[in-house]
Design a protein around this ligand. Structure first.
Ligand code: SF4
Ligand code: SF4
Length: 202
């Protein structure tokens, strides 16, 4: 790989693996804890939902050819019982009048992330620790949810191994929908801080 391509790749990983997830952890930590206090008006929610579906469809299309990576690792990302639907998803689904049955903020909570990372590290080094039950949506044939209905996190998360395998060209193409997913989170955050239920400030 050329030096330019390597630098591009490092920048992408820093932007969409380290910083992206750190920003979502930060945004969630500052969200009101009560998701029932949805401040998004209906027209905003419909717009966010359209954009969410578009961005997720684009991401899933772009990574279709890398599907074997997840098959090879046995779909490790789906092997945790923690909810992938977060409060951000709930703001959209609740705003559309079909609230999610299950969601939680645990996956973007720093204490949980640290404890879970520690648990994995101990298991890797010592072999001690039970296999956790998988995600509630996992079936023997894979995820039971249609791609467009999956949590935003499931569309926008890539592990380091995955990121190493994506070509620089595909990374460039992925940046746009990932940015869109991040913008959606930011707009939800801004609206949630607005007690009047007005559209999020531009
Ligand atoms: S993103 Fe990585 S860890 Fe997750 S299922 Fe795919 S290859 Fe496995
Ligand atoms: S919702 Fe589907 S893709 Fe996401 S972790 Fe669960 S089984 Fe995997």
């Amino acid at each position: 790989m050329s030096l330019v391509a390597t630098v591009k790749k490092i920048k992408f990983v820093a932007r969409w693996y380290l910083m992206y997830n750190a920003r979502l952890v930060w945004l969630q930590a500052r969200l009101p804890k009560d998701a029932d206090k949805v401040c998004l008006v209906e027209s905003d929610v419909a717009g966010l939902e359209r954009r969410r579906r578009g961005a997720q469809a684009e991401i899933f299309d772009r990574v279709l050819k890398y599907g074997k990576l997840c098959a090879e690792c046995g779909g490790r990302c789906c092997q945790e019982p923690v909810d992938r639907y977060t409060i951000f998803d709930q703001y959209i689904h609740g705003g559309l009048g079909r609230p999610l049955e299950n969601y939680s903020g645990r996956i973007y909570s720093l204490p949980w992330l640290l404890a879970n990372g520690f648990r994995h590290a101990v298991k890797r080094v010592t072999g001690i620790g039970k296999e956790p039950p998988p995600c509630r949506y996992l079936s023997p044939a894979g995820c039971r949810l249609k791609k467009e209905m999956r949590p935003m996190l499931c569309a926008s998360w890539f592990c380091p191994k995955y990121l190493r395998s994506i070509s620089p060209e595909d990374m460039l193409l992925l940046a746009r929908p990932l940015k869109e997913i991040e913008n959606i989170h930011r707009e939800i955050y801004r609206s949630s801080r607005n007690p009047n239920g007005n559209p999020p400030p531009a």
